[in-house]
Design a protein around this ligand. Structure first.
Ligand SMILES: [Zn+2]
Length: 326
């Protein structure tokens, strides 16, 4: 399957008093009901409820209904009963409209209808499905991937057991609890008057520029991480930092936190380990790059930006169209 449609425009989340843009992988409509996950009888009753739905992921790729409009293929839980009882990773995602939603690690399952080649990786699929569905998919992908890589106690090495409907692993030996993690990343558009700073990653060929970004480290605030990353990667000093929006990024489990940052120095000195180049762009130039990326243009000879699946696109869009200023 090839991507046929572009990412829909950001949606407004009406349930939040201060209306805000929701980007791909955000806007999950499920009620996670985290206070009830530990109630095994309640979770079992949901698994026995014929209204409940299951999303199988094969090697982290979801089952997809390949119609004119691709959609996640939610299936009856009953179809997966034997696999659940055999101990496959099964996660309670939440409830929507009175129906419980689960995900299961179906890797290696031979159920006839879903050859691995029929499934689409999450990055390709996400822009093609409804925004809320992409957010549920992010939740499922991050969780199943975490379980696949965290089968042993980090404290004593013993194989751990799944608890809380897939939201905890517990060590039967030392009794430690282990919880799924999200790794915070700061991503920022550094602006200075009518110009903004973009960098081109060493690993990215062509003329694709993007916002600077980096993982937060233990013992620092997001604002401190913004200032450190920008200084390390470009040599630019940052003054004010303004939070704009965030986006879950399930590869494997990152939280992208987007900022505008005030550049208070001019001269760029790139970190050659990270960047091939960095430079100041005029606001008009960035607006044109945003338009090309939104139109899905992919001409390697043209300056380009990430497509609308990524929050970097929206940071650039918001500043270049004067929706936001530092
Ligand atoms: Zn242990």
């Amino acid at each position: 399957m090839t991507p046929a449609r572009r990412m829909p425009s950001p949606v407004k989340c009406a349930s939040i008093s201060r209306m805000e843009d929701i980007y791909c992988f955000a806007g999950n409509r499920l009620d996670r009901m985290s206070e009830r996950r530990r109630d095994r009888d309640w979770v079992r009753s949901l698994l026995d409820d014929p209204a409940s739905r299951m999303l199988p992921l094969y090697d982290l790729k979801p089952a997809v209904r390949d119609t004119a409009q691709p959609a996640l293929e939610w299936q009856p839980v009953e179809r997966w009963r034997a696999r659940i009882e055999a101990g496959a990773t099964c996660i309670f995602l939440g409830v929507d409209g009175g129906r419980a939603h689960f995900a299961i690690d179906a890797t290696g399952a031979d159920d006839g209808s879903n050859a691995a080649s029929d499934n689409v990786d999450v990055r390709t699929l996400a822009p093609l499905i409804a925004a809320g569905e992409a957010a549920i998919l992010a939740e499922a992908r991050s969780l199943i991937d975490w379980h696949a890589r965290h089968g042993f106690c980090a404290q004593c090495g013993t194989p751990t057991d799944v608890e809380s409907a897939g939201w905890t692993r517990r060590c039967p030996n030392c009794k430690a609890h282990h919880y799924p993690r999200s790794d915070p990343v700061t991503i920022m558009l550094v602006v200075r008057g009518e110009r903004a700073l973009l960098g081109r990653n060493k690993r990215r060929p062509g003329r694709r520029f993007s916002c600077l970004a980096g993982f937060m480290e233990p013992g620092e605030t997001p604002e401190e991480a913004v200032r450190r990353e920008v200084r390390e990667e470009s040599g630019i000093r940052v003054g004010r930092v303004r939070y704009l929006a965030a986006q879950p990024w399930p590869f494997p489990s990152t939280l992208m936190m987007g900022f505008l940052a005030e550049g208070i120095s001019e001269e760029i000195t790139i970190d050659p380990e990270e960047l091939a180049e960095a430079r100041w762009f005029e606001r008009e130039e960035i607006r044109a790059m945003v338009a090309r990326a939104a139109a899905g243009e992919d001409d390697p000879t043209q300056l380009s930006l990430p497509q609308p699946i990524a929050i970097a696109h929206h940071l650039c869009r918001r500043w270049s169209t004067r929706l936001d200023e530092i």
